[in-house]
Design a protein around this ligand. Structure first.
Ligand SMILES: [Zn+2]
Length: 187
């Protein structure tokens, strides 16, 4: 969708709905391939909550995240705060006071995997035909976010995305499946 076009409410509702649906479909495919069925089915369901859905429709533009648009206007986006506080596949969820300081907590492996599926799906939707298996890794390495994660979380995400970039999804997902089988309590 082009910049600077004014959209009707109906166009915004259907545009946002379609974006969420396409994103969830691709995340589900990746999660299933990794053996994460429950997470694949429930990924980002909070986007359908009143708080997140109505706000995303209000700031929907079609060429970037509604949260970016809202952040530009008000400095923060309540819908995003709602989202990251409820979705364990976001490293931002894993922060808390420890020994007197606000610090990152190491993400459990199954959520770290879901986060990689999220990154792969988002890169595909964003880059379309320009997407290559190296795109999610390039994005990850080009942003400062990894400096704020738990170091083992950052290393774990990099390892998976590098595997996808160098050996392809199929081989990387097969390795993840094996690793997840050895993790306690995974669904
Ligand atoms: Zn999410």
């Amino acid at each position: 969708m082009a910049k600077n076009v004014s959209l009707s409410t109906l166009q915004k509702v259907s545009g946002h709905f379609k974006t969420v649906m396409e994103h969830r479909r691709e995340v589900r495919r990746c999660c299933f391939a990794c053996g994460l069925y429950y997470q694949g089915l429930t990924h980002d369901l909070s986007k359908y909550s009143v708080q997140e859905f109505s706000e995303s429709v209000k700031y929907f533009q079609g060429w970037r995240s509604p949260y970016d648009a809202e952040r530009e206007l008000y400095g923060y986006a309540p819908g995003w705060l709602h989202h990251k506080g409820r979705n364990r596949h976001h490293w931002e969820y894993w922060y808390d006071m420890q020994k007197g300081a606000y610090r990152p907590i190491k993400m459990p492996y199954r959520y770290l995997v879901e986060s990689c599926c999220d990154r792969i799906a988002a890169s595909k939707v964003y880059l379309k035909e320009k997407y290559t298996p190296a795109s999610p890794l390039e994005y990850f390495l080009s942003r400062p976010a990894r400096n704020y994660m738990h170091p083992e979380t950052a290393a774990g995400i990099e390892e998976i995305l590098r595997d996808v970039a160098e050996n392809g999804e199929e081989a990387a997902f097969a390795r993840i499946r094996e690793k997840l089988k050895k993790q306690p309590g995974h669904r």
